[in-house]
Design a protein around this ligand. Structure first.
Ligand code: URA
Length: 241
């Protein structure tokens, strides 16, 4: 594998910065400074450092994005910009895709990865991975409607939603809804089923991950090793269960 590709795969650096770092003498391979970013290395055998730090090979990339309104969660779209266009060009070439969908005007936590197995596990209803959404709705949500949403409601196509959890004051127009599934426009359709209407929606958690308050809308960062390990461990929610 090319040295620059290896450095980029770790998620710490873009390909152009990798080239610059090598030319600047900041990269070593097996203890020797290597200025040629296009040289080949064996990630399982060679020891690479960047600015003195040992770089461990990462097969997959994991990105946390604070999705703004107006972007679609797809890899391509003929009409609207996709969430991938918010990332630098380098990251457009490593097969990233959004793990699950948010509607065009839904905001908040979006995970992007090229790890198909992990994504499949996080999205499979069998694994009950929790997602929390902060909502505002048009009408005060009555206690009986909250109970109904928690028990499950029948959507207009006959689908019965799985039990959900509401974190909200009765009769208020905002709160948190916690789901373990993700059907098309699910929350909007659930609120419509109880005669209400969603006005704004923001995903604030995804499994054990929380939306990073330091990320502005449209900003992103790599997941930390600890966050990746949590996702891989099968932790289902932010409460650590
Ligand atoms: N439910 C919705 O209705 N929209 C989303 O974007 C996510 C969940």
């Amino acid at each position: 594998m090319r040295l620059d590709k290896f450095l980029v795969s770790t998620g710490k650096i873009s390909r152009s910065d990798a080239g610059r770092a090598a030319r600047g003498g900041k990269v070593t391979v097996n203890g020797i400074v290597e200025k040629k970013a296009d040289r080949h290395i064996d990630p399982d055998v060679d020891v690479v450092t960047l600015c003195g730090e040992r770089i461990v090979y990462r097969r997959y990339t994991y990105i946390l994005l604070n999705k703004p309104a107006g972007y679609v969660s797809a890899t391509e779209d003929g009409r609207d910009p996709t969430v991938l266009t918010l990332l630098p060009e380098d990251l457009g070439r490593i097969g990233l895709f959004p793990c699950g969908r948010l509607d065009k005007y839904t905001l908040g936590l979006m995970l992007l990865t090229n790890d198909g197995d992990l994504s499949h596990r996080l999205l499979s209803p069998r694994h009950h991975v929790e997602k929390r959404y902060a909502y505002t709705c048009r009408l005060p949500l009555l206690a009986e409607d909250m109970e109904q949403l928690e028990r499950g409601v029948e959507l207009e196509d006959g689908y019965m939603t799985k039990p959900a959890r509401m974190i909200a004051e009765p009769e208020s127009r905002s709160g948190i809804i916690v789901l373990t599934e993700g059907k098309y426009h699910q929350i909007k359709r659930m609120f419509e089923a109880v005669g209400n209407k969603i006005e704004t929606l923001e995903r604030v958690t995804f499994g054990p991950l929380s939306l990073d308050p330091t990320l502005e809308r449209g900003q992103w960062r790599y997941l930390t090793d600890a966050e990746v390990a949590l996702l891989q461990s099968g932790t289902k929610g932010v409460d650590g269960v």
